[in-house]
Ligand binder design. Structure first.
Ligand code: ADP
Ligand code: MG
Length: 211
């Protein structure tokens, strides 16, 4: 396991994300069918498949370069709220990826991404959005950094917390995004963007474990 993460990790992270999004496309779409318009899986799969094409044969020097390509591709190929939100997140994160990242650097990079999501989408915790997966993930990441954990351990803790956060959206009533149109009827379903966030972070952790 590497002490720092760079372009190789970022490439593997994104390839693993594309793979899991493709594998879970129907699940994400079913979640979005329950409380949205049933396109979240298709949206993200289209976006990450386009990212794979862009990155094919590319030899990026930094994680930042990889994440910038992800951002611009998602913004131009993913319709829907999630394209703008993930696109903004990867763009903000890319700006902190010029040099190799230690454990604190990885968390700072992801924090910058989440700050972008919050600025753009204006959701806070408890509104049944992807923010409900990202926020506990960052808390777990900061805790793991303070405990002196490696980048891979930090990302693993973040992935676990994000998955718990996604599950914890089930009883919530949505007050942001398309699901908010359902009001109380949005309760009892997991938020699709929170679940995709958990997959994105699991991919980041698995890539770090292999780095
Ligand atoms: P759309 O809602 O436009 O169809 P998607 O289905 O791709 O887009 O994505 C829906 C997901 O986007 C939701 O499950 C939620 O996690 C996230 N989302 C929607 N609006 C917001 C927001 N304002 N802030 C944060 N996340 C949001
Ligand atoms: Mg949708």
């Amino acid at each position: 396991m590497a002490d720092t993460l760079g372009a190789g990790w970022a490439l593997d992270w994104i390839k693993k994300t594309a793979a899991v999004v493709n594998a879970q496309r129907e699940e994400l779409t079913d979640l979005d069918r329950a409380i949205g318009d049933g396109d979240h899986g298709a949206n993200l799969d289209r976006g990450f498949q386009a990212v794979l094409v862009k990155l094919d044969g590319a030899t990026p020097a930094t994680a930042g370069e990889v994440l910038k390509t992800v951002a611009t591709t998602l913004i131009s190929t993913v319709g829907g709220a999630s394209g703008a939100l993930y696109g903004t997140a990867f763009l903000r994160a890319s700006k902190l990826g010029d040099s190799d990242l230690d454990a604190a650097g990885v968390v700072a990079l992801l924090q910058a991404g989440v700050d972008g999501i919050v600025q753009r989408g204006k959701a806070s915790v408890g509104e049944k959005t992807m923010v409900d997966a990202w926020t506990p993930a960052l808390a777990a990441g900061n805790e793991a950094v303070a405990a002196g954990k490696s980048p891979a351990e930090v990302l693993d803790a973040m992935a676990v917390a994000a998955q718990e956060g996604a599950v914890a959206t089930e009883p919530l009533v949505a007050t942001k995004g398309r699901a908010s149109y359902l009001g109380e009827r949005s309760a009892g379903h997991r938020d699709p963007g929170a679940q995709s966030t958990a997959y994105v972070l699991r991919a980041a952790a698995d890539a770090a474990a292999a780095a």
